[in-house]
Design a protein around this ligand. Structure first.
Ligand code: 5GP
Ligand code: ZN
Length: 148
């Protein structure tokens, strides 16, 4: 079953439509999971909604929930399948965060003791030096946005 919306120029929509082959590992009405074509580790898996939504902010809550459920189910399964010790599970959520394919996708990157990789804290070049007051303002701003 294909889900709307689709974008004919989108590589992941074309994978969902079966126009581009993929090593699919899991499929539901709402999501597809397949191996990353340029894996960072054995078992590197992508989970995408079948419908074309670019970022989490663009994605309806029920679809986002289906994506997270698939990540929840698949992460330990992938780890077992490749005998991984752990994994990083993450979204590059928007182009400024490094998202190259503008169709929402969660990465499951299996990790192995001594693999030489980094934690998610290595994402940014330098950390901001925020005062307590600035942190309070940010926390209040986020809470206010939620209530808006
Ligand atoms: P992003 O940087 O957008 O978070 O990650 C996009 C991911 O999609 C990359 O890890 C890349 O290797 C993967 N990718 C790009 N094109 C294809 C493709 O045609 N097939 C598959 N299976 N993965 C792809
Ligand atoms: Zn798409």
């Amino acid at each position: 079953m294909s889900a709307e919306p689709t974008d004919e120029d989108c590589i992941f929509c074309r994978i969902v439509a079966g126009e581009i082959p993929s090593r699919t590992v899991h499929e539901t009405d709402a999501v597809l999971a397949f191996l990353d074509a340029n894996p960072l580790a054995p078992g590197h898996t992508l989970v995408v909604p079948k419908a074309h939504h670019e970022t989490l902010a663009d994605t309806p809550e029920d679809v986002a929930s289906d994506v997270l459920t698939a990540l929840y189910e698949l992460t330990p399964t992938v780890e077992r399948a490749v005998d991984a010790d752990a994994s990083n599970v993450a979204f590059n959520n928007g182009s400024a965060a490094g998202q190259e394919v503008p169709h929402l996708h969660g990465h499951i990157v299996p990790r192995f003791e001594g693999d030489g990789g980094n934690p998610i804290h290595a994402l940014v070049g330098s950390r901001p030096d925020l005062s307590d007051e600035e942190l309070d303002d940010i926390a209040e701003g986020i809470s206010a946005e939620l209530e808006a």
